[in-house]
Write a protein that binds this ligand. Structure first.
Ligand code: PLP
Length: 365
């Protein structure tokens, strides 16, 4: 296999060697049921207890506030469904226009089943229209769910500020922090959120592990699903330095390249760059020839030629949205890899533009 330069970490990440090593015994030696009476199962219960404590520590929660799930999507779905079941008389649900499909599709489906869904807009930099949000809230609002970090652009919503206001009106507040956990410092006690979703495979644990934080006292009957472990470590200063180097150099080397999203409030590992007048898919295919793996949107939207709903909500013009590439780094990326991307990508864009009638037209225009 060709040497791979993996800058698609918002889609999924490599399992960290130490995570794999820590998990291996539970696929072979320690397979007992943690809820059983015998001590063979009891060994597993001890490991789950430790895992729950580790996840809780990562976000400043108490272990009893962590429910394990199978993925971020399940955590999101559980949070929203629990909220509307806990408040059966309330029929209004609120989110943003740039959420991951895990929330977006659920809200769209609920809006066909008698719920009134508000999708709060964002501005051209992907920042939430906070006044619109507050004006939409009413006695009938069951839950507000807003993502912490955007999977496509990395833009961060001011969750701490918003959750205080929403909760002061007696409304439940959930955040999809699947992209944010492990990348920025998060403390659920300080941020005041009622529920928070996270997903293991976005932070170097395997697929199939998620968690939902549910603040103690939240109207919700907790259930326990089996346990797993993961290790959260923060190495994101180094990552943001590499991301910034990549971004700055690409903007310098490639004309008509624009960063999508608010550069001042963003996940440290993510940059979404629009290369105007070229097709993102063509860029991805040509980068792939050099072993460079990036993405033209979130994993779920790539594969379709429609520009992403996130970029559309931000009002990014079609000529730019079509040529947008998301680079999402991890602590395993190296300076050498960034240098390879900087060497290979600018000529790719140049070649594609030579073939693009839109580019020719724009330049002559
Ligand atoms: N929420 C966000 C913001 C995501 O980026 C993703 C995955 O891309 C999910 C939820 C879904 O997580 P999972 O793949 O664990 O179901």
């Amino acid at each position: 296999m060709m040497n791979v330069i993996y800058v698609d970490n918002n889609a999924t990440t490599m399992v960290a060697p130490e995570v794999l090593e820590a998990m291996m015994p539970y696929f072979s030696t320690y397979y007992g049921n943690p809820s059983s009476m015998h001590s063979f199962g009891g060994d597993v219960a001890g490991a789950i207890k430790t895992a729950r404590e580790n996840v809780a520590n990562l976000i400043g929660a108490a272990p009893g506030e962590i429910v394990f799930t199978s993925c971020g999507t399940e955590s999101d779905g559980t949070a929203i469904r629990a909220a509307i079941e806990s408040y059966p008389d309330k029929k209004h649900i609120v989110t943003s226009r740039v959420e991951h499909p895990a929330i977006k599709n659920l809200y769209e489906s609920l809006s066909k089943k008698g719920y009134r869904a508000t999708f709060v807009p964002v501005d051209g930099s992907g920042r939430l229209d906070i006044d619109y949000l507050y004006n939409s809230l009413s006695e009938d609002t069951a839950i507000v769910s807003l993502m912490w970090g955007n999977n496509e652009t990395g833009v961060l919503f001011p969750i701490e500020e918003i959750s205080g206001e929403v909760k002061s009106r007696g409304i439940l507040f959930h955040t999809d922090a699947v992209q944010a956990v492990g990348k920025i410092s998060i403390n659920v006690t300080e941020s005041g959120v009622d529920m928070l979703s996270l997903s293991g495979h976005k932070l170097h644990a395997p697929k199939g592990i998620g968690a939902l934080y549910i603040r103690k006292g939240t109207k919700f009957s907790p259930f326990m699903i089996g346990g797993h472990q993961e290790s959260g470590r923060r190495g994101y200063d180094a990552v943001s330095r590499l991301r910034d180097k990549l971004e700055h150099a690409l903007l310098e080397k490639v004309p008509n390249a624009i960063v999508n999203g608010d550069p001042t409030s963003r996940l440290p590992n993510t940059t979404s760059i629009a290369f105007e007048y070229v097709e993102g898919e063509a860029i991805l295919l040509m980068m792939n020839e050099h072993g460079i793996c990036a993405s033209s949107g979130s994993a779920c939207t790539s594969g379709s030629l429609e520009p992403s709903h996130v970029l559309r909500a931000m009002g990014v013009p079609f000529t730019a949205a079509h040529g947008s590439i998301r680079f999402s780094l991890s602590r395993y990326n190296t300076e050498d890899e960034i240098n390879v991307i900087l060497q290979e990508l600018p000529p790719i864009i140049e070649r594609l533009r030579e073939l693009s009638p839109f580019w020719k037209e724009a330049m002559e225009g």
